[in-house]
Design a protein around this ligand. Structure first.
Ligand SMILES: C[S@@+](CC[C@H](N)C(=O)[O-])C[C@H]1O[C@@H](n2cnc3c(N)ncnc32)[C@H](O)[C@@H]1O
Length: 308
């Protein structure tokens, strides 16, 4: 046990200066991640029967600060084999996974691209937020993950989404979108908990050039926007190379501007400097969410607009 925490401490030491209450952060890594679900309002807007059904099965369910999101104990349990899950009444997802869609602020009638969409937490949330009246292209490069996404769309009764299977960097430019979400593949440091050292070491050894992939995805996402269109970039990692550095790259390559947005959970501003390297001053408008401050997976979210 102690050995594993030491390894996490070694790994996160480089972030000591940018993680508020660093000791509290390290402590939180010993706790299992809290469990949450979203009530799928495309199927029901009444949480009571769902809550009493889950309570009868031994779960304790309480409201959160985010509408339609509920916290569940015991957090080590799985909701995946409950009747409520099979019926598509609930979608288990961490609380902070809702944040990119808050930034996107999807509206009925909009044409929206979810560039890295599988298994569909955010696609189905966009469908819910727009009451199934936007048109969503849900893309992922992996067919096996698209299969899971399609199963989720069916289970939740989403009608407004179609699927595509492109490498995001090569997404065809023939169609332009009102809004694009890039929930990028990332090193996932924000979801780390004690017991998953293998994953940390895996990231440390550097499986791929994640930052390079993220930059390619973000630039193509920008090029797919209509003038004035909105782009949201999110990751569940702490690493500034995968967050501010990626957005900074876009700001230098394209006519993009960062926008402020109201988050329903406590946030910290984006960094304007990392390891002696300055980032665009507008990056303070990006938001960092730390796992121990929100009791959920750590996230980074930046909202941008295409100027012309
Ligand atoms: C963080 S996950 C997305 C989670 C999803 N947005 C959700 O909320 O359920 C990142 C996804 O990006 C996909 N991906 C990785 N590289 C990609 C690429 N070059 N183009 C498109 N999708 C990619 C992965 O298959 C993975 O499903």
């Amino acid at each position: 046990m102690e050995r594993s925490l030491e390894r996490a401490e070694d790994y996160f030491a480089r972030y000591r200066e940018i993680i508020p209450d660093y000791e509290g952060f390290l402590e939180s890594l010993s706790e299992p991640l809290p469990l949450y679900f979203r009530l799928n309002t495309l199927k029901t807007k009444d949480p009571e029967p769902v809550i009493s059904g889950l309570t009868r099965q031994g779960f304790r369910v309480e409201k959160t600060e985010i509408p339609w999101f509920f916290r569940v104990e015991p957090r080590e349990a799985s909701l995946g084999n409950t009747e409520e899950y099979y019926l598509g009444l609930i979608y288990p997802m961490t609380l902070s996974s809702s944040l990119p869609v808050y930034a996107l602020d999807p509206q009925p009638g909009e044409l929206i691209l979810d560039l890295c969409a599988a298994p569909g937490s955010k696609t189905t949330q966009i469908a819910q937020w727009t009451e199934d009246r936007a048109v969503i292209a849900a893309n992922d490069r992996r067919l096996d993950r698209i299969t899971a996404l399609v199963a989720n769309l069916r289970r939740l009764g989403v009608a407004c989404a179609l699927t595509t299977v492109y490498r995001g960097e090569m997404y065809p430019l023939e169609v332009s979108f009102d809004k694009v979400l890039v929930d990028a593949p990332c090193s996932g440091e924000g979801r780390y908990r004690k017991g998953y050292e293998g994953e940390l070491l895996y990231q440390k050894e550097g499986r791929t050039n994640l930052s390079g992939i993220q930059k390619g995805l973000l630039v193509r996402a920008f090029d797919l926007l209509k003038p004035g269109g909105i782009l949201v970039y999110s990751t569940c990692t702490i690493n500034p190379e995968e967050n501010e550095a990626v957005v900074d790259y876009l700001l230098r390559k394209r006519q993009a501007e960062l926008l402020d947005w109201e988050a329903p959970l406590p946030a910290r501003p984006g960094l304007t400097e990392w390891e002696g390297r300055p980032f665009h001053p507008e990056l303070v408008k990006a938001k960092r969410f730390f796992p121990h401050e929100i009791q959920a997976v750590g996230f980074f979210v930046a909202k941008l607009r295409r100027r012309i």
